[in-house]
Design a protein around this ligand. Structure first.
Ligand code: SF4
Length: 362
């Protein structure tokens, strides 16, 4: 049974200098056709399960006009909602408005994820963002005012010339917004982005590591629960949608460039909007066997601070976690630790998670 769904809205009014996501400039005719194709994709693939987590991401979903947003909400009505659904909508400060928020709320959105990235106005310009921190404060207040209390902000660190004191200022500013969830990303410079074309250099790895450690320690001091390598929340206000990914659960992925996992198939949709509109949708399919599923379970599950639950693993795969791949050796080497319920990556080693995972991934 599939209870999670991701929907991608690829339109952005402005392209950020670091962006490697699936996005494009909007155009009214294309948006109408896109929403029609999205509706068809959902009708043809959704099997009427009750959806417990729905995430509309992008691109910039909040850049849709009121008319298009209403149309999107009509399409969403094709999905049956669980009564306790977590329904997240991504927005950017410069194009989320009270009118749009009221439409979202009345259609069940109860979690907002805002692309803040940094609170330093100079760095925001450098990233090609169109907002400043003053606007972030106004829009976060507006979101709370209309009654949506579950709010995530995204933060990018390791920006060129950024110092630890700049990062601290960002964290302080974000904490002052009184939001409950923070997702952090170290800036990656991809060759096909504006920063990549300008041959911008990443900051050195030592500083990147120091910044990561600083974030983890500082947010812990401020009572944030570090529950996944890059994610922090107050109390238990996890992103349940993302927890589904990290628990290797199945999910629908609808829309341009979206990925999904249905039955034993992981798939990715095309990034070509023309092909998507013409129903030439899937460009990648991977049938996963039991071994592949276990590898995914480890790659994703070790991102969680709690690690992987041994009992659940045994129930899913009919084999003890300690006996798969070379988990036992990694525990002996002190890279993984085991308690009664879980096996996890030692917290000091989270930064080198990828290196540890290479031990059992071809
Ligand atoms: S708003 Fe997000 S998706 Fe759009 S260009 Fe910027 S980073 Fe990329």
């Amino acid at each position: 049974m599939i209870t999670s769904c991701y929907i991608h809205i690829p339109f952005c009014d402005n392209i950020c200098t670091y962006c490697d996501f699936c996005k494009r400039y909007p155009n009214n005719k294309i948006i109408d056709k896109y929403l029609y194709a999205l509706k068809e994709e959902i009708i043809n693939n959704y099997r009427k399960e009750k959806i417990k987590t729905l995430y509309i991401g992008g691109g910039t979903p909040s850049s849709l006009s009121i008319r298009n947003l209403k149309e999107l909400m009509k399409i969403i009505k094709l999905l049956k909602f669980d009564k306790d659904i977590e329904f997240t909508f991504e927005c950017n400060p410069e194009n989320i408005t009270k009118e749009k928020l009221l439409i979202l709320k009345s259609n069940g959105v109860n979690r907002i994820s805002m692309g803040v990235e940094t609170t330093n106005n100079k760095l925001l310009k450098y990233l090609g963002r169109k907002h400043d921190f003053k606007l972030v404060k106004e829009k976060i207040s507006l979101i709370k005012e209309i009654g949506i209390k579950n709010i995530n902000v995204d933060l990018i660190y390791a920006l060129p010339n950024e110092r630890i004191c700049d990062l601290k200022k960002d964290l302080d500013n974000i904490i002052s917004l009184n939001i409950n969830h923070i997702s952090t990303y170290s800036l990656e410079i991809h060759h096909n982005t504006i920063l990549g074309i300008k041959k911008t250099k990443s900051i050195n790895e030592d500083l990147d590591r120091k910044m990561y450690d600083f974030i983890c320690n500082y947010l812990k001091e401020k009572d944030f629960n570090h529950y996944e390598i890059s994610n922090f929340c107050k109390d238990e206000t996890f992103s349940y949608h993302n927890l589904g990914y990290w628990h290797n659960e199945k999910y629908y992925g609808f829309g341009l460039g979206a990925s999904g996992y249905i039955d034993n198939v992981r798939y990715t949709n095309t990034r070509s909007i023309i092909n998507y509109i013409n129903n030439k949708r899937i460009i990648y399919k991977e049938e996963v066997n039991k071994k592949d599923k276990m590898i995914y379970e480890l790659i994703l599950g070790f991102r969680l601070i709690n690690g992987i639950n041994k009992k659940i693993f045994k129930e899913k795969y009919d084999i003890e976690l300690i006996n798969v791949f070379n988990i036992r050796d990694l525990i002996r080497q002190g890279l993984l630790i085991e308690d009664d319920e879980y096996i996890r990556i030692k917290e000091d080693n989270l930064y080198i998670e990828n290196m540890i995972l290479e031990n059992f991934v071809d």
